[in-house]
Design a protein around this ligand. Structure first.
Ligand SMILES: [Ca+2]
Ligand SMILES: [Ca+2]
Ligand SMILES: [Ca+2]
Length: 469
């Protein structure tokens, strides 16, 4: 990574003109509240009463109880993520009118015919729910990465806990506040322009934020979502009655299968009640909980740099036991896949739609000679960002994985990839948040067209391709 500077002018270029330039670059935000101490008054009685209504197994999954929010002296960082934000560093911040926030009664009638109750407990967890109306308790004081799936889903937000939600749908999903008063809630849009693939900052400009204003703790970061779509109708307050309706004895009668443990717990197509432990857990819908279509590229659908290429492409994924595999092909391309000709420079006829300097662009590519699994550099990249569904279009040059591409003639070839995904990466994929960009270069047949270094085709594995059962 020699010579790779993180100064601001480089980042600006990287995020705008240099969007097709892959790198592992990450930014840090200045928006960090310091860890805090002090004392909070009224909240504690109510909260303790609420905690008494938790079932024994949920109590066992939670970290040791804290009395008031500020008695907990915590660090603001979890891995690369800043879990706090300065309210001066967010956009369109507004409070909730607490008179418009009602109480959540029993959840009994909310699960539909296949909804699950999922509580990963303490630690830093990943939760992938399914096609039902699910209730996810995110109050274990760590960082949870959540994909809700389709259906009408409810996320219980707890103090000191950050829930990164990859597929929040304002038309269907909502929040219940546990131990946080509606008067302390701020809804805002992030302002941080930093990229970084799945390590995109929680306060990214792409994300809507739900913030506990008492110390700037980010209770929820909703990726690729608009804060303006979220209002009082998305919130209610947790009650003891609601907690009791989530106990095993209650849900068993409704046909829920109960599982409790550490590590990975797999759900079924029916109702599940999955309770993690104090450590880092992975609550997973199960490999039969979704189906995957074929993503197609071409036709001027590329974002952010639309091409006039006649090229088309298709890729079909499978995900089993955490292994994501793809097979597919491309045809009628203007250029060969980047790096497939052993080249070290861009063809003068290759189009660079970002306006970047060819050498700088090439140097940017070469800075990442292999991905995190050791797959060698190629011009076909897996990236984190959604496009082409109801969430709008986003892009991020950070490489998540390199595909293999094999030309069969000057304009066509095959594409493949087999990747072992972390739980968070599985959550990103099943949220419809990954895409593939096929960069091209070299005028193999001499027709004067040498492809698109900024990407000739983009294929989106979005919510239209990933379908929950
Ligand atoms: Ca846990
Ligand atoms: Ca769901
Ligand atoms: Ca289920």
């Amino acid at each position: 990574m020699e010579g790779f500077d993180h100064n601001k002018s480089h980042l600006d270029q990287h995020n705008e003109a240099g969007i097709a330039d892959p790198s592992n670059s990450k930014t840090t935000t200045g928006a960090v509240a310091s860890s805090s101490t002090g004392s909070s008054v009224a909240a504690s009685d109510l909260e303790q009463a609420l905690n008494q209504t938790l079932s024994t197994d949920e109590k066992a999954a939670a970290p040791a109880a804290t009395v008031g929010v500020d008695d907990h002296d915590h660090g603001p960082k979890v891995g690369p993520f800043e879990t706090h934000v300065d309210l001066n560093n967010v956009a369109n911040a507004r409070t909730l009118d607490r008179k418009q926030v009602g109480k959540q009664g029993s959840f009994e009638d909310s699960f539909g015919d296949k909804g699950d109750f999922l509580n990963p407990g303490g630690g830093n967890n990943t939760v992938i729910a399914g096609g039902g109306n699910d209730v996810i308790r995110g109050s274990g004081q760590g960082l949870n990465t959540i994909t809700t799936g389709s259906g009408k889903d409810t996320i219980i937000l707890g103090k000191e806990t950050t829930n990164r939600i990859f597929d929040f749908d304002a038309a269907n999903d909502r929040f219940v506040l546990q131990g946080v008063s509606p008067k302390d809630i701020i809804i805002a849009q992030g302002k941080n322009p930093g990229k970084g693939g799945l390590e995109q900052p929680l306060d990214s400009v792409n994300n809507a934020l739900i913030i506990d204003k008492r110390e700037g703790h980010i209770l929820a970061s909703l990726t690729f979502a608009n804060a303006s779509d979220i209002n009082e109708s998305h919130f209610s307050r947790l009650t003891g009655e609601a907690n009791q309706s989530l106990q095993n004895e209650e849900l068993k009668e409704a046909g829920f299968k109960n599982q409790r443990g550490n590590g990975q717990l797999n759900g079924t197509l029916g109702h599940d009640r999955l309770i993690g432990g104090k450590g880092n857990d992975f609550l997973y819908v199960g490999d039969d909980g979704f189906s995957l279509g074929t993503a197609t590229g071409g036709g001027g659908t590329e974002f952010p740099f639309k091409t006039d290429s006649p090229g088309t492409s298709e890729l079909t994924p499978t995900l089993k036991n955490g292994v994501l595999s793809f097979s597919g092909s491309y045809k009628d391309f203007d250029g060969a896949p980047l790096f497939s000709q052993g080249e070290k420079e861009l063809d003068p006829n290759a189009k660079i739609l970002s306006g970047a300097d060819p050498k700088a662009l090439m140097d940017g590519f070469l800075k990442v000679p292999q991905d995190k699994e050791g797959n060698a550099i190629s011009g076909t990249h897996l990236h984190f960002s959604t496009a082409g569904d109801n969430r709008g279009n986003f892009a991020d040059a950070t490489v998540v994985r390199y595909f293999e591409n094999t030309p069969t003639d000057a304009k066509s070839g095959t594409l493949s990839g087999t990747f072992e995904l972390s739980p968070e990466e599985q959550a990103a994929f099943l949220a419809g948040n990954l895409y593939v960009n096929i960069h091209s270069n070299i005028d193999v047949d001499g027709d004067g067209r040498a492809g698109f270094a900024t990407g000739e085709n983009r294929l989106n594995f979005n919510k239209d391709v990933v379908k929950f059962a």
